[in-house]
Design a protein around this ligand. Sequence first.
Ligand SMILES: *Cc1c(COP(=O)(O)O)cnc(C)c1O
Length: 487
Amino acid sequence: MKETLIFDLSREGRRGLCFGSPGVPEKPVGELLPERCLRSEPAALPELPESEVVRHFIRLSTFNYHVDKNMYPLGSCTMKYNPKINDLTSGLPGFTAMHPLQPEETSQGSLRLMYELSEMLAEIAGLDAVTLQPAAGAHGELTGILLIRKYHESQGSGRNKLLVVDSAHGTNPASAAIAGYEIVSVESNAEGRTDIDDLREKLDQDVAALMLTNPNTLGLFEKDIRTIEQLVHGNGSLLYMDGANMNALMGLTRPGDMGFDIVHYNLHKTFSAPHGGGGPGSGPVGVCRKLTPFLPVPVVEKLEQNGAGYYRLVTDRPQSIGRMMNFYGNFSVLVRAYTYIRMLGPEGVRRAAENAIINANYLLSRLVETFDLPYPRPVMHEFCLSGDRQKKQHGVKTLDMAKRLLDYGFHAPTVYFPLIVSEALMIEPTETETRETLDAFADALLSIADEAENSPELVFDAPVNTPVGRLDEAQASRKLDICCSGC
Ligand SMILES: *Cc1c(COP(=O)(O)O)cnc(C)c1O
């Protein structure tokens, strides 16, 4: 797989387009533009027929890896296949031709969609109200933290610490820091779950909230969540759930029922809006009743009018934290998530979570004898292996194995995260993969483990089948010993 530069494909005089005569007298360029703006040489543009331009870019596009091409096992990122009907509905002219400043009377359909999506998300999390404004998971975290601050202010207290568990996604401490909080790290125990004793010790009157991911980034359910909830609330603090992993919970159990006060969702993970590559995301935030007055404005409200609903945007909420985004959030992502939930229905939502869990456990069972599993427990939607065995016995690092997977036609898993697992390989298959695909992925990893043992140079040199070979990352990876998954 190689592609020649478009400049090297160029042949003088080839054209993709011919302009007809303009029908008015042409003026010399020098008469239209001042001298200093003129080029001394003609621009060095490639010259090709249209067919060659199209083929060049189509070939390049096939070098890309994406979830429409094959499984994308990036742990913590929930790279599920996104049904195409989502694109169809979000592309309906009734939505795309809307203007955000259009009057309420002519925006009833869109407002209704937002209202109903909030209601469905609230139901899924077992919470009272949801804002759809935040543009991503991390932005949802920031919104949640601002709600926490506003709540404590309304209680007349100025708590300045946030507790974050050490297995948390890096965005948790980052969001807390941006909101100006002091971050106190709570340790994980030998089981990979929150260390309750450490939590008890660190809970004091300055703690505004505990941020917890459940299931956590090791794919483990916090089974002591009741105890945690009592400790946190008993201290007058709030309990925040990073709900980016809702794919493991939806339809099965609800954070609100576990005692969480605030949850953010990642519509671009759990609710099947495409992501990876910097497209628009959406990170709605759900809250319990006592936090609803603080939600960002505008809020969509429903009024009953002659038996039908009338939807309006309400900005008059004196205790609100204000706006988190211009207009109403990333609307086209909201349409996709709405479509996804409506297509599945309550039963389908639950089955998606069940299948995500079964797929992860099936894949784990195929790999567990060959790779180390630092926290040997049944998992939820993802699991975290360690490449320690391959590194110690054969000098092959997780980074090498991840690169070799590309040669087998798979995207690499998340590597070197979470930080509490050495040589981490964090794998999340999602529910949308068939058993055959899971087997093919497991076979590839097992075959790489075999290569690590018998012909490690194959793994050190990887990737060799991709358009671009191994980059000189030696220096960077030695310095950081980390490779970011970039989701
Ligand atoms: C993805 C993720 C986030 C951050 O979400 P973004 O939309 O990328 O900002 C936060 N926490 C967890 C556990 C995640 O997996």
